[in-house]
Design a protein around this ligand. Structure first.
Ligand code: ARG
Length: 588
């Protein structure tokens, strides 16, 4: 389906042409004076020079030609040469009817369907999730859903941090605590136990302890490096232990991500490419891309046009160990071979931007990636507390994600029980659903690359630019629709009518913008555009609602028209929150 704005543009372009001017001048935009008109065109001003005519004359000629348009109710030439445009009520309602009947509300499939790999989440095994991981998951999940909605194929990969020194640290600490375990006996040839010899809470306590010790005690660190080396080189018991660590940790991660409504197609990790690394290193050496520098193997990635220093990309350390970027490069190689993506998008803290610049340059230079495959780094800003500093617990420690979520759940539960709309039995579940909207909307409504302030009071408010406000609006619509059904009517029979008030028309016009908005949100990988749109849509709906008697309307046809508009508004809002990664309850 054509976009509504394009339909209007076409009319005005035709009018320019009919009046003897260049049709390209006829492009229309949304009005920036909504009090005067709905759309505007500044083409007459742009054409004045070329036609050596006063803009108002050109505008007048065009307006005359547009007079009997089927779409436009009013095209007025106003000084010094603007065209102020209003559309016909019938044109809007006809368009909405078609939207309601079309798949994806008339959003056209893309000209070329892309295959996109998305790398987000990126938690580290055996370390508790903290608030920094929240942003990657929330933003990545939304971009994935937007891309899918826009008609592309997306494969999401969590890219677990499961292979570095952190694994050696955990193994070393386990060895100190439980020296009796069979895993540590080099001569052991039997089976390893089914059950992991630790729980997730033990594991999460072990890592910080081990990491602390290694910072203070060089001998301990030495042991951890040794353990990492043994693990990476396949000592059987270490591998078995490592597998247990992964299993326990992944089970816990899956539960956490499920609570966040975040899903991954692939649960691959850094470790998955360890077998690919030797071949990749060989290839880089053989082709002459990599060379030795101070004992390490590096690839130069500087370019003549650089204004800042871009250090070489280190592939192997002097002890032969691989690094974070070695696994990232090998992962690119593997993704190219197995998945052939048109694009790989990384959603990672923006403080890693130089790192990704190096990795991308290295991947291009060494031809690990096809010429036409795009590599995109989407760096997100820091989540700060109200004091403007990185978010911490009251005691000043790193805030665990689970703690944060349960605090918001509590706050939401309190508000929902205060409201008394929801039976007690449902209140906990509802609170969770609404809390998720508060967290996600609070994050996604900001441009991802910016830092933002995590403000529980603001995010959980039912008023203003918040998730709960959007959900409240949806719930309000659902409740009206339920009452309509209780009056014995069927939603399916309700037919859209022409708008009868200014607020109704404004709501309808907002709906017509859906497909352009979604396309733009995909192109700019910008969930905040979806947020901005539904905030306006919710405002438009609420204004209409406050000015209109819907259920008590006596004219049945008119009433059914309102109802059909409500159904469409609800469906658009629910589609949008779904791509943002949350959902609405039945009541709240
Ligand atoms: N595990 C990493 C961290 O916590 C993030 C991984 C980001 N993705 C990647 N392909 N490097 O910092």
């Amino acid at each position: 389906m054509k976009k509504f704005l394009d339909l209007i543009s076409e009319e005005i372009m035709q009018a320019f042409e009919d009046a003897g001017y260049d049709r390209e001048l006829g492009r229309v935009t949304l009005s920036n004076r909504p009090d005067l008109c709905e759309y505007q065109c500044n083409g007459a001003m742009a054409g004045a020079k070329k036609y050596k005519k006063a803009p108002i004359m050109i505008a007048g000629d065009v307006a005359a030609k547009a007079e009997d348009s089927k779409l436009l109710a009013e095209v007025a030439a106003v000084a010094p040469g603007f065209l102020n445009i209003k559309v016909k009520e019938s044109a809007v309602s006809d368009y909405l009817k078609k939207m309601a009947e079309s798949e994806r509300f008339g959003l056209e499939p893309p000209a070329k369907k892309e295959k996109i790999v998305m790398d987000y989440g990126g938690p580290n095994v055996a370390k508790p999730l903290h608030v920094g991981h929240l942003r990657s998951a929330v933003i990545g999940e939304s971009i994935k859903r937007i891309a899918r909605y826009a008609g592309h194929e997306v494969i999401s990969d969590i890219h677990l941090g499961d292979w570095g020194l952190q694994m050696g640290l955990i193994i070393t600490e386990l060895k100190e605590r439980k020296p009796e375990l069979v895993y540590f006996d080099e001569n052991y040839t039997g089976e390893y136990p089914e059950e992991a010899p630790f729980t997730i809470s033990e594991l999460e306590e072990i890592y910080p302890t081990a990491s602390g010790k290694s910072k203070e005690d060089p001998a301990y660190k030495e042991k951890a490096m040794e353990a990492t080396y043994r693990l990476q080189n396949g000592v059987r018991g270490y591998r078995a232990l490592w597998e247990h660590i992964i299993k326990v940790s992944v089970t816990d991660l899956k539960r956490n991500y499920q609570n966040l409504n975040v899903e991954f197609d692939l649960w691959k990790g850094e470790s998955d490419v360890h077998t690919v690394i030797p071949g990749m290193v060989e290839y880089m050496k053989k082709e002459g891309y990599a060379h030795m520098s101070e004992g390490a193997l590096v690839v130069d990635v500087k370019e003549d046009t650089d204004t800042k220093e871009i250090p070489p990309c280190m592939i192997l350390k002097s002890d032969g160990a691989s690094l974070y970027n070695t696994t990232d490069l090998a992962t690119i190689m593997e993704r190219m071979e197995k998945l052939h993506p048109d694009e790989i998008i990384y959603v990672v803290d923006k403080r890693q931007d130089l790192y990704f610049e190096q990795v991308f340059r290295c991947a291009r230079k060494t031809k690990l990636v096809d010429k036409d495959t795009k590599l995109k780094f989407l760096g997100f800003g820091t989540m700060n507390g109200k004091d403007g500093k990185p978010f911490k617990t009251r005691e000043g420690g790193v805030m665990r994600l689970e703690t944060l979520i349960s605090e918001i759940n509590e706050e939401m539960y309190r508000k929902i029980t205060d409201n008394r709309e929801v039976p007690e039995a449902e209140a906990r579940e509802t609170a969770k659903v609404v809390a998720l909207s508060a967290i996600k909307y609070g994050d996604l409504s900001n441009q991802a690359s910016k830092d933002y302030i995590f403000d529980i009071d603001k995010f959980t408010s039912f008023e203003g630019d918040t998730g709960p406000y959007i959900l409240y609006t949806i719930v309000r619509i659902k409740s009206i629709l339920n009452k309509y059904k209780e009056q014995g009517e069927r939603l399916e029979n309700a037919v859209l009518q022409e708008a009868v008030s200014e607020s109704e028309k404004a709501l309808m016009l907002q709906i017509t913008r859906f497909s352009a908005m979604m396309e733009n949100a995909f192109e700019e990988t910008a969930p905040h555009k979806v947020c901005a749109y539904i905030y306006e849509l919710a405002n438009d709906f609420n204004r209409f609602y406050h000015e209109t008697k819907i259920l008590s309307e006596e004219d049945e046809k008119k009433k059914a028209g309102f109802i059909a508009l409500l159904v469409l508004t609800r469906d658009i809002l629910e589609t949008c929150i779904d791509v943002l990664g949350f959902s609405a309850p039945e009541r709240m």
